[in-house]
Design a protein around this ligand. Structure first.
Ligand code: UT7
Length: 328
C-alpha cells in the first residue's frame, strides 16, 4: 500500500529582525512581559513590498532542493494572509517556481493550516490527481496587525515553511498519516480579521479598526488552543494504533510557549518531547510547524506528531515517521 511520504523540508524568513525591546520603544510593553508570557524574544518582519508569495517561493525552492531536486505537480498553500483575494497565491507561486500548469490552491484554516495542508496534499496523492505535492505554510501576519494594539502586535512574526510530499510505502521513512481534523464555527468571534471579505468588502468606506486589523480574545484563544490540541492527539494516536505516550516528539503550533507546556502537561508527556522554538520567530501561523522542525529537527525514525490550532476555530494533527533529510 502506498502513502504520502515527506521527502523535503524548506523554510524562509524575512531578513529584518525586530526584538521585544524594539517594540517596547513604541508600545506600552516590555521584553520581560513578552518573554515570560509567551516565550518570544524576537520576530522577523517583512518590509513593505514583500508579500506572502515571496516567502512561499523561497521556502518552496528550498524544500524541493532538500528533496533532491525535481518539481511538483501540485502546490497547496496554507495561508491566512494571501497576496490578495483574487488571484490565489498558489498559482503565482507555482508559476514562479517554474512548475508549469499544475494544480494550485490556497486554503485558509488560520494557524491550523499546516496539518490541513498536509491532509489536502496527501488526498491529492491518494486520488491520483498529483504524484508530488509542495505543501507550503506562508504568512505575512505583521502586515495585518494594529501597531498600537499591544495585545496582538507583540505576538506574531512573518515566515514560511514547506514540505515536499511524494508517494511511498506505508512504513517508509517520511510516511505521513493518519490525520485528525476539526472545527468549531460557533466560537469564531474570538479570532477575526474581517475587512476585505464579502461581509465587509474592501471598498467599504466605514471600516473600523476592529475590522481592519487582526482581533483576538487572547485568554479564550489560549484556553481553546490547549484543549483542542491536546484532544486532537488522542484520536490521532488511536488511528495509528498507538498511545500519545508512544509519540517520540510532538511539534505543536508555536503560538505561546505556555500553551505548548500546558498541552504536554495535560497529556502527561515530558515537556522536552514538545519542542518550543517560538523565541526567534514568534507566532508565524501556518509556517510555525515547519519552522520548528527546521530549527530543532527530530531524529530520523522518530514518530512525530504535528498539531495546530487557530481561528475558525480550526485544529488538526498529523503523524509523520521523520525521514533522514537535510532541511533547506
Ligand atoms: O495562533 C493561534 C492564535 N494565538 C494564540 O494562540 C494566542 C493565545 N493567547 C495567548 O497566548 C495569551 O493569552 C496572551 C499572550 C495573548 C496573553 O497572555 P495572558 O497571560 O493571557 O495575559 P492577559 O491577556 O490575561 O493579560 C494580562 C495583563 C493585562 O493587564 P491587566 O488587565 O491584568 O492589568 C493586559 O492588559 O497583561 C496586559 N498586557 C500586556 N502587558 C504588557 C496584554 N498585552 C501586553 C503586552 N505588554 N504586550
Amino acid at each position: 500500500m502506498t502513502t504520502a511520504v515527506v521527502e523535503g523540508l524548506g523554510t524562509a524568513l524575512p531578513a529584518r529582525r525586530v526584538t521585544n525591546d524594539d517594540l517596547a520603544r513604541v508600545l506600552d510593553t516590555s521584553d520581560e512581559w513578552i518573554r515570560t508570557r509567551t516565550g518570544i524574544v524576537a520576530r522577523r518582519m517583512v518590509d513593505e513590498g514583500t508579500v506572502t508569495g515571496d516567502l512561499a517561493v523561497e521556502a518552496g525552492e528550498r524544500a524541493l532542493k532538500s528533496a533532491g531536486g525535481g518539481g511538483a505537480d501540485a502546490v497547496v498553500i496554507a495561508t491566512t494572509t494571501p497576496d490578495q483575494l483574487l488571484p490565489n497565491t498558489a498559482a503565482g507561486v507555482a508559476d514562479r517556481l517554474g512548475l508549469g500548469h499544475v494544480a494550485a490552491l490556497d486554503l485558509n484554516t488560520a494557524c491550523a493550516g499546516f496539518p490541513y495542508g498536509l491532509a489536502t496534499g496527501a488526498g491529492l496523492l491518494a486520488i491520483g490527481a498529483a504524484s508530488r505535492v509542495l505543501v507550503i505554510g506562508a504568512e505575512t501576519l505583521t502586515r495585518f496587525l494594529d501597531p498600537a494594539d499591544r495585545s496582538t502586535a507583540v505576538l506574531f512574526g512573518d515566515g514560511a515553511g514547506a514540505f515536499v510530499l511524494g508517494r511511498g510505502e506505508a512504513d517508509a521513512p517520511g510516511a505521513l498519516g493518519p490525520f485528525e481534523l476539526g472545527s468549531d464555527g460557533s466560537a469564531s468571534e474570538i479570532l477575526t480579521l474581517t475587512a476585505g471579505g464579502s461581509r465587509r468588502p474592501p471598498h467599504s468606506t466605514d471600516l473600523t479598526d476592529d475590522e481592519k486589523y487582526l482581533k483576538m480574545d487572547g485568554r479564550e484563544v489560549y484556553r481553546h488552543a490547549v484543549r483542542r490540541m491536546a484532544e486532537s492527539l488522542t484520536p490521532l494516536a488511536e488511528r495509528a494504533g498507538m498511545t500519545v505516550g508512544d509519540f517520540d516528539a510532538v511539534y505543536a503550533h508555536q503560538a505561546n510557549s505556555r500553551i505548548i507546556e500546558a498541552v504536554a502537561d495535560r497529556l502527561e508527556l515530558p515537556r522536552e518531547r514538545c519542542p518550543v522554538t517560538i523565541g526567534e520567530h514568534a507566532n508565524t501561523s501556518t509556517a510555525s510547524i515547519p519552522l520548528a522542525l527546521a530549527s530543532a529537527p527530530p531524529n530520523p525514525g522518530d514518530r512525530v506528531a504535528l498539531v495546530a490550532f487557530g481561528g475558525g476555530l480550526a485544529w488538526g494533527s498529523a503523524l509523520v515517521r521523520w525521514p533522514d533529510l537535510e532541511p533547506g
